[in-house]
Design a protein around this ligand. Structure first.
Ligand code: MLT
Length: 427
């Protein structure tokens, strides 16, 4: 017997169906609310509002659970490659060996970017933020692949999925190389996904470059941990833009722009900049912990707490362990990381943080690893985008496959009621 939700408005009783998901989540289906009652709901930030029914990612904020297509993030981070996880998210199942070899080969052989894209890139100033460059160039990809405009054809979409997965890392490294005054590197189809990215980032034409397997493995894990996170801000953006039948490149470009925000993907860059500011100010972490407790100080601690996870971010637990392993293996001794450890200890022990569930989140630790891997701070959110790309693609594909309607939220108008126009000479 399915549940019913009852609402009484102006003395009249209305009933609405309750739907239940495969993990026993429940929602009131208000599709007929306005037709039946003339009322709408309002929910700033959509904290209580589901936008869709999705079979891709399940997270439980109370229990700290995160699963991609039913597989736990802990198992995937430990046992899978990033491209295996990308295939799982996009196509719904872990690939067989044959499916994986074909998919990986397709990605490996589509990493080259049209040379005319480089001409667009060369027009950016050297200090352009890599996220603005990435969003612009991904949008520009639609101009190079006009068949994307007919984005309903399944096989065409699959080719665009391969192009995005293959070319995003190539494009992402251009900004870093330009900022160093170094020539960009071409991809090397003999390398795996993570090794190819690291090679394009750090190889120099004047010496040979060997990818450190420790660094490549850490990057693989980081990308998996960021691969999807149900209806977060950037994913909701990708779905909303895609719901107008905009092509996949434009939709992903919009997601990159949303991720750039310091309250979303930009938080990992903010964390390191915060740690560096504390170090520059003498490294007195207690001073900044006191400022964080004092609302009038205007100081905000980045990298703590989470909108959805109420007790801990499962990704943070995995990254914290990986950070310790990587820093030890690489012999990294960084004063900024010492400050991070002091802040972490405070957040895990100080009742102010514990009572407010302000535990270190995925952004707190990811910046620490990226820094140890030699990735510059302004590239941290680009790393988040590379990781999140398969999730955005999977969510866009699900929305399109399910033929979901164009997203068009309502509002409650609170502006001036009707008034007459006054000629300018009388104002
Ligand atoms: C994410 O992974 O997208 C972030 O944790 C933000 C979120 O899920 O709201």
């Amino acid at each position: 017997m399915s549940q019913i939700a009852e609402v009484t408005i102006d003395g009249q009783n209305y009933q609405f169906p309750v739907i239940e998901g495969s993990e026993s989540e429940k929602a009131i289906d208000i599709a007929k609310l306005r037709d039946q009652t003339g009322y709408i709901t309002i929910d700033s930030g959509f904290k209580n509002t589901g936008a869709t029914k999705s079979a891709i990612t399940f997270l439980d904020g109370e229990e700290g659970i995160l699963r991609y297509r039913g597989y736990s993030i802990e198992e995937l981070a430990e046992k899978a490659s990033f491209l295996e996880v990308a295939y799982l998210l996009i196509y719904g199942e872990l690939p067989t060996q044959e499916e994986y070899q074909k998919f990986e080969h397709e990605v490996r052989t589509h990493t080259l970017v049209n040379e005319d894209m480089r001409k667009i890139f060369e027009g950016f100033p050297v200090n352009a933020h890599p996220m603005g460059v990435l969003s612009s160039l991904v949008s520009a990809m639609s101009a190079f692949y006009p068949d994307t405009y007919d984005s309903t054809a399944e096989d065409v979409t699959d080719l665009h999925i391969i192009r995005l997965l293959a070319k995003l890392p190539t494009i992402a490294t251009w900004s870093y190389k330009k900022s160093q005054g170094h020539p960009v590197n071409y991809p090397n189809n003999n390398l795996d996904y993570c090794s190819n990215f690291l090679s394009m980032m750090f190889a120099l034409p004047v010496e040979s470059y060997e990818v450190d397997p420790v660094v490549s493995a850490a990057l693989n894990k980081l990308l998996i941990l960021h691969a999807d996170h149900e209806q977060n801000c950037s994913t909701s953006t990708v779905r909303l833009v895609g719901s107008s039948q905009a092509n996949i490149y434009s939709s992903i470009s919009a997601g990159i722009s949303a991720l750039w925000g310091p309250l979303h993907g930009g938080a990992n860059q903010e964390v390191i900049e915060m740690l560096e500011a504390i170090r520059a100010d003498g490294g007195d972490t207690q001073k900044y912990i006191n400022m964080a407790k004092d609302k009038s100080s205007g100081f905000r601690l980045f990298g703590f707490g989470h909108r959805v996870y109420k007790n801990f971010d499962p990704r943070a637990r995995i990254i914290k362990k990986a950070a310790n392993e990587v820093l030890t293996k690489l012999g990294v001794n960084d004063p900024v990381l010492d400050i991070a450890r002091q802040l972490e200890a405070a957040a895990l022990e100080d009742d102010y943080f514990v009572s407010r569930k302000l535990y270190p989140n995925v952004d707190f630790y990811s910046g620490i690893i990226y820094r140890a891997l030699g990735i510059p701070t302004n590239m941290f959110t680009v790393m988040f985008a590379i990781g999140r790309l398969p999730g955005w693609i999977a969510q866009w594909k699900e929305m399109r496959t399910n033929k979901e309607p164009i997203g068009r939220p309502r509002q409650v108008y609170v502006g001036p009621t009707q008034r007459e126009f006054v000629a300018i000479e009388n104002r």
